[in-house]
Design a protein around this ligand. Structure first.
Ligand code: SF4
Ligand code: SF4
Length: 430
């Protein structure tokens, strides 16, 4: 699609938007995998429609406000990137576009308050813990509040696990083969510290020393996702200082954080060359836990007496579509003695979590959550494994009212469980 967009007029921060717009040939192959097209059924809520709308807006033919609803409806799941035969990098368009349009946008007081509540709580574990406890108490009021605030209360967990303070260093067990730094995350640290505990145990047993840098903070992905690029850069820059240079890799156990950190090059485009270089360097060292374990040839111990277990694997969009990681988690799970891996239908369709999407668009998120639960339950698996805390909580939440709610765990918890005899029950969460 030829465009009249000038990179010079966009400026270096937003210049990356031109290529995806021009690479789109309007074939429509991406439409069936787009969750909003699948549920809403109209062209303007499809990748092809959105690319066209963004082109027209950037060329000055449309008022940005007129396309805001269609852009807001996009989950940023990047299923359209996986299915596009022309290699359109939609991710390099939607994130900068959101940041570009946010600067022009006039939001209502309620919208501003909701975004502020998200940005000032979720990325800060202590505040998020306190807010979650308060939200649990006020859950009965969920239906009486405006949609977004109601969704925050509804999604609040019934109970929280005890707070876990990570040490700064976990030595390798046996001969040391490597040294990594772990992103402890923000929401995950509060909702499921067990995931990083399991990751550390697995890494240590594989001969990897794990550092958990004390001064680290949120990776900035949530802010990036909603177009608050300045806030996202501030969060990212804090981690450039907090993470040491002398480690083999920076490990993420949450697909959303891993993919966000890998995008730092785009986030810092047009900034000071020195910090842009630092951002690119940091991004190049980020790796997902499953990708890393696969690379180092990790295998769990053999166990002739392992109890059988059936596991359905849910592809988190920010792992499968954004980071192109599909085979590593499957390979690792298949190496667990006694484990049978099952594949749900519609693997490519988002579960509706998508950062803060299930708070900002609770109705669409609910439709997608229920659809995902139905597909996962249809496999008949006892356990669902995934690589992202957002998916994990979304699937758990929407399967609550099923006759048998799904047990959802992170892939690394099942690898960790393979070392324990009797095997850790995936629902024990201890
Ligand atoms: S990112 Fe996801 S929701 Fe957005 S256009 Fe692409 S497939 Fe559709
Ligand atoms: S599949 Fe790719 S080229 Fe075809 S319409 Fe979708 S984004 Fe454009």
């Amino acid at each position: 699609m030829l465009s009249q967009i000038s990179k010079k007029a966009l400026g270096p921060e937003f210049a990356s938007m031109k290529e995806p717009i021009e690479a789109c040939v309007h074939c429509g192959f991406c439409l069936p995998t787009c969750p909003t097209y699948a549920t809403m059924g109209d062209e303007m809520n499809s990748p092809r429609g959105r690319i066209f709308l963004m082109k027209e807006t950037l060329e000055g033919k449309l008022d940005p406000a007129s396309i805001d609803p269609y852009i807001d409806n996009c989950l940023g799941c990047l299923a359209c990137v996986t299915s596009c035969p022309s290699g359109v990098e939609y991710g390099e368009l939607i994130s900068p576009y959101r940041a570009w349009s946010e600067k022009k946008r006039k939001r209502s007081f309620s919208e501003k308050l909701q975004r502020l509540a998200l940005l000032k709580t979720i990325p800060h574990p202590n505040r998020f813990r306190a807010a979650s406890k308060i939200a649990t108490v006020f859950k009965p009021l969920a239906q009486r509040l405006p949609k977004g605030f109601g969704a925050m209360l509804e999604l609040a967990p019934e109970t929280l696990p005890p707070k876990h303070d990570f040490q700064e260093r976990y030595p390798a067990i046996g001969e040391q083969h490597g040294r990594v730094a772990l992103l402890s995350g923000c929401a995950q640290q509060v909702l499921a510290p067990r995931i990083n505990q399991a990751a550390i145990r697995v890494l240590n047993r594989a001969g990897i020393e794990v550092l958990v840098p004390k001064n680290q903070g949120c990776c900035g992905s949530l802010a990036m996702h909603i177009g608050e690029s300045k806030e996202a850069r501030t969060a990212a820059a804090r981690n450039f200082d907090a993470f040491p240079d002398d480690v083999d890799a920076i490990i993420s156990t949450a697909a959303g954080c891993g993919s966000g950190m890998k995008e730092y090059g785009t986030l810092f485009a047009g900034q000071d060359p020195e910090i842009l270089e630092e951002a690119r360097n940091f991004a190049s060292r980020v790796i997902d836990i499953c990708e890393y374990l696969d690379q180092i040839g990790f295998t769990p111990p053999e166990n002739q007496n392992a109890a059988p277990q059936t596991v359905a694997y849910h592809d988190a969009c920010h792992l499968a579509h954004a980071q192109k990681i599909r085979s590593s988690p499957r390979k690792l799970l298949q190496s667990v003695p006694g484990l049978t891996l099952l594949e749900p239908a519609e693997w490519e369709i988002c579960c509706g979590s998508a950062g803060s999407y299930n708070i900002e668009h609770p109705d669409t998120a609910k439709t997608l959550g229920k659809r995902k639960v139905k597909n996962l339950a249809a496999t008949g698996a006892e356990i669902v494994a995934t690589g992202n805390i957002g998916c994990l909580t979304q699937i758990e939440f929407h399967s609550k009212d099923q006759a048998t709610p799904l047990r959802v765990v992170h892939t690394v918890e099942l690898l960790d469980g393979a070392f324990q005899e009797p095997r850790m029950h995936a629902n024990s969460h201890e």
